[in-house]
Design a protein around this ligand. Structure first.
Ligand SMILES: *[C@@H]1O[C@H](CO)[C@@H](O)[C@H](O)[C@H]1NC(C)=O
Ligand SMILES: *[C@@H]1O[C@H](CO)[C@@H](O)[C@H](O)[C@H]1NC(C)=O
Ligand SMILES: *[C@@H]1O[C@H](CO)[C@@H](O)[C@H](O)[C@H]1NC(C)=O
Ligand SMILES: *[C@@H]1O[C@H](CO)[C@@H](O)[C@H](O)[C@H]1NC(C)=O
Ligand SMILES: *[C@@H]1O[C@H](CO)[C@@H](O)[C@H](O)[C@H]1NC(C)=O
Ligand SMILES: *[C@@H]1O[C@H](CO)[C@@H](O)[C@H](O)[C@H]1NC(C)=O
Ligand SMILES: *[C@@H]1O[C@H](CO)[C@@H](O)[C@H](O)[C@H]1NC(C)=O
Ligand SMILES: *[C@@H]1O[C@H](CO)[C@@H](O)[C@H](O)[C@H]1NC(C)=O
Ligand SMILES: *[C@@H]1O[C@H](CO)[C@@H](O)[C@H](O)[C@H]1NC(C)=O
Ligand SMILES: *[C@@H]1O[C@H](CO)[C@@H](O)[C@H](O)[C@H]1NC(C)=O
Ligand SMILES: *[C@@H]1O[C@H](CO)[C@@H](O)[C@H](O)[C@H]1NC(C)=O
Ligand SMILES: *[C@@H]1O[C@H](CO)[C@@H](O)[C@H](O)[C@H]1NC(C)=O
Length: 722
């Protein structure tokens, strides 16, 4: 912590620097900061990696004072504490999960304390499994109700890995599609939400009922109930009403196969009842009859516990449909929950409503975030909003990662930008007061700022598109006006995704620019944040309009961006961006680049049925591999005769959505054709390279490759693992 508290003065001396991969990967990483109930301080965790030690250079939990911006050690021991939650109804009370349970190895414990005296906390509950994702309600009786989640056996018992019995055989055996997902092979176990109560009786104790698995009672014909929804679900998949009486969570449609459908429903149940929770937007519901059948998310109770907000998509096999905001009234009735007055608040807002969803004090309006023109902004919806309502953004230039409403009604925002991993500020009546900006404090990030970043708009290829398309331009930190730099043409994944004004530890555009490139990062057809029509227009059209859009963006750069040397340019992309680099290799645009970099991309669409998310490829390719001609039409490997550009291919073993065979077959073809090419694989990484040591090799070898072909630097002659 002293490591970066003492550097503010040093920065003035060092000035602008170059963001190398080492600096990026060894920069202090911070979580978003979470304000205390009284709004005096916000808590965040940090960690740092050292390439000298090849190990963590430390981690901890700090407080930022929300008046002064001063950062201090919280006194909480991050190596013992897994997560901390503020106690509602107090000023600075906390409840936390301690990762050690002395009575039950592999379990955890709950402790209650106050951030003002962090080492005087009391142990209040011993839990028999490694639960996480704590949410707490302070009830009128004084009892605390809480939700956590854990992996559970089919009989509903939470899995404690310390006592798990390893079967004698390693066989995996399936009778239905969806055998593995993301980076994990499916077993019979599923994640579940568990409820517990701490009864208040001088001190607190886990009530006699112990922990109750809330997903366990849900019957299914195709898909067993699971919350959080894997692999990215987290505690935003469930919520507890502030009075502790009602819980809500989302879980996949029990009657639909997970490989074929994205649909999930919102369930509610009475906390005090053992009755199984009920979905209120499943088949035959008012929502389903009105055509809203897709995935559900972000259940969030109002402060008075009488309303639930959530989001849902319309289509049941499209992951990139629009997320729309809904509310329902909820009330405990008998042993269940009565749900009424279902209504949509954002039908007229052509953006995806994202979290966090936070009710304003008084429950008259709801804050949300949404991606808008390559930024993620905060918006507010009155609960009376109808389909004619279109909100104005409350924030502007950056990517809001998290935010909270403080007791005085102001917003505390944690944001990121291309030039900073953390910008924390208070927004009061439209005035922004920045409390912390990592790029002004961390020595690794010295010199970063908005001055290297600009954007342009270019014509799309879809003749019916009524708007221009967007692209970022990122110049080197030490950019000079009278010098040209090779173009690095940067293609995003998804394809329903975007390059947004946010920080990334992978594909950080400033790191590429600081190798001496002009990074151009276009948002072509298929991108999100520009209206659903732009997103949807990629369906059945993977190598069509998006490719033509990229050609238009390249032409714009060639004619209008003199600092970019397009003769010596390179193209790079991951995931769909990896597919697109393969498609560029197969088409004329490939001739404009000196080298191509492909990370985990499809090279053979005819092999796409080796994925698990069959709904994805079925939607995007207008049908299944046996009944749609889009697979043959947009297959890079159907144009092998056009391959000619040197290509660096990365494909990781634990990427089960896009299996590594796609990278290997592409490499084998290039080698067979005598085209300079290299193949890199990380056996322990999934779709992303997450480990710092692996990421450093990834950056070093890719940069060596592009710097050789774009700038004539020597090529390393000993590829890793060869
Ligand atoms: C934090 O916890 C670790 C692990 O229990 C312990 O080794 C260390 O001494 C603790 N640090 C402080 C400052 O108490
Ligand atoms: C619960 O909230 C009440 C005020 O409503 C407060 O007095 C009490 O201390 C809170 N309980 C805990 C454990 O913080
Ligand atoms: C965590 O639990 C262990 C075992 O009970 C205990 O020794 C340690 O002090 C606890 N740490 C915190 C911060 O509560
Ligand atoms: C709490 O721990 C800190 C060190 O982390 C120590 O300086 C302080 O004296 C402790 N306070 C109490 C009340 O034990
Ligand atoms: C549930 O199944 C697990 C694994 O087979 C077993 O260890 C556990 O005892 C079972 N729980 C109950 C309540 O039967
Ligand atoms: C409260 O605690 C006392 C002492 O531990 C115990 O005898 C009593 O049964 C508890 N009451 C309730 C309602 O749990
Ligand atoms: C689940 O099915 C069992 C057996 O048919 C039935 O008894 C039970 O009521 C069902 N539960 C729900 C929540 O529908
Ligand atoms: C915003 O302005 C209103 C009206 O001037 C004022 O009452 C309120 O306190 C202000 N809020 C904040 C957070 O400054
Ligand atoms: C907004 O972002 C652009 C980069 O597109 C930057 O040049 C500009 O300075 C930013 N504006 C503010 C107010 O930060
Ligand atoms: C972009 O479209 C506009 C409107 O159709 C047209 O006037 C303009 O010439 C186009 N620009 C290019 C570079 O094609
Ligand atoms: C570019 O401009 C700088 C001063 O701005 C000058 O020192 C340098 O010689 C120039 N380089 C070229 C190649 O003209
Ligand atoms: C999944 O969808 C395919 C069409 O792509 C269909 O042929 C198959 O029967 C479906 N399987 C299940 C279990 O729904």
């Amino acid at each position: 912590m002293a490591r970066y508290l003492s550097v503010a003065a040093a920065l003035a001396v060092t000035g602008a620097a170059v963001l190398t991969p080492e600096l990026l990967l060894s920069t202090v990483r911070r979580t978003a900061a979470d304000p205390s109930p009284d709004g005096s301080v916000a808590l965040f965790s940090y960690s740092q990696y050292s390439f000298e030690e090849h190990a963590s250079a430390g981690s901890g939990m700090n407080l930022i004072d929300l008046k002064t911006g001063d950062i201090t050690d919280s006194g909480l021991n991050a190596s013992e504490i897994n997560e901390v939650v503020w106690l509602p109804g107090t000023e600075t009370g906390i409840i936390y999960i301690n990762g050690t349970n002395e009575e039950i190895p592999g379990g955890v414990t709950l402790w209650i304390g106050d951030i003002k005296s962090p080492n005087t906390s009391t142990l209040v509950a011993s839990l028999d499994a490694p639960y996480s994702g704590l949410k707490v309600a302070n009830t009128s009786s004084g009892d605390l109700h809480f939700l956590v989640n854990s992996m559970a056996y089919p009989n509903g018992t939470a899995v404690n890995p310390e006592t798990e019995v390893t079967p004698a055989s390693t066989a995996r055996y399936y009778s239905d599609v969806y055998v593995r997902h993301w980076d994990t092979w499916l077993t019979k176990n599923r994640y579940a939400v568990f409820a517990g109560a701490l009864s208040a009786n001088n001190s607190y104790a886990l009530s006699g009922a112990g922990m109750r698995n809330l997903n366990h009672g849900i019957n299914f014909t195709a898909t067993q109930s699971e919350t959080p929804i894997q692999p990215f679900g987290d505690l935003s998949d469930y919520d507890l009403s502030p009075d502790g009486s009602i819980y809500a969570f989302v879980s996949k449609a029990p009657q639909l196969n997970k490989a074929n459908y994205t649909a999930s429903y919102a369930y509610v149940g009475a906390f005090a009842s053992s009755e199984a929770p009920v979905a209120f937007n499943g088949p035959d519901s008012e929502a389903a009859k009105a055509g809203h059948k897709g995935a559900s998310g972000l259940p969030s109770f109002s402060w008075d516990s009488s309303k639930l907000a959530y989001v849902q998509q319309d289509e049941d096999y499209y992951e990139s449909d629009r997320w729309i905001l809904y509310t329902v009234d909820v009330a405990v009735e008998g042993s269940g929950v009565a749900v009424s007055n279902w209504k949509s608040l954002s039908a007229g807002f052509d953006r995806w409503v994202q979290g966090p969803i936070i009710w304003a004090e008084g429950d008259e309006s709801i804050f949300v975030t949404a991606e808008d023109y390559a930024r993620v902004k905060v918006f507010n919806f009155p609960i009376t909003a109808d389909e004619s309502f279109v909100p104005e953004p409350l924030t502007s230039n950056t990517t809001v990662a998290s935010y909270a409403v403080l007791p005085d009604g102001s917003l505390f925002v944690s944001a990121t930008a291309i030039w900073t991993p953390n910008e924390w500020y208070i927004l009061a009546n439209g005035t922004k007061n920045t409390l912390f900006d990592a790029s002004q404090v961390d020595p690794n990030l010295a010199g970063l700022g908005a001055h290297t970043v600009s954007e342009f708009f270019f014509n799309g290829s879809n003749p019916d598109l009524k708007q221009q398309l967007h692209s970022w331009v990122i110049k080197p930190s030490n950019y000079k006006d009278n010098v040209t730099y090779p173009l690095a043409f940067y293609i995003h994944g998804g394809p329903q995704g975007s390059w947004a004004n946010g920080w990334s530890n992978r594909w950080n555009p400033q790191v590429w620019a600081d190798q001496g490139y002009i990074v151009v990062a276009p948002n072509p057809t298929g991108s999100t944040g520009f209206g659903q029509y732009v997103t949807d227009s990629i369906q059945g059209n993977w190598g069509g309009w998006p490719y033509e859009d990229l050609v238009n963006a390249w032409n714009y750069v060639n004619t209008s961006l003199p600092c970019a040397d397009t003769v010596n340019g390179i193209a790079a992309g991951a995931s769909y961006g990896g597919y697109m680099t393969n498609w560029i290799q197969a088409n004329d645009l490939g001739n404009e680049f000196k080298a191509i970099v492909t990370h985990d991309g499809i090279s053979n669409t005819q092999a796409a049925w080796a994925t698990e998310e069959l709904w994805f490829i079925r939607h995007d390719y207008n049908g299944s591999i046996w009944n749609s001609d889009a697979y043959a039409k947009w297959n890079p490997q159907n144009h092998i005769a056009n391959f000619s550009t040197p290509q660096f291919i990365v494909h990781n073993t634990k990427d089960y959505r896009l299996p590594e065979s796609d990278g290997i077959s592409m490499f084998n073809i290039l080698q067979g054709l005598g085209i300079p090419s290299r193949f890199m694989n990380f056996p322990d990484e999934n779709h992303w390279v997450l480990k710092q040591e692996n990421s450093l090799v990834w950056h070093t070898e890719i940069f060596n490759w592009i710097n050789h072909y774009a700038k004539g630097e020597p090529l390393s002659d000993t590829p890793v693992g060869n």
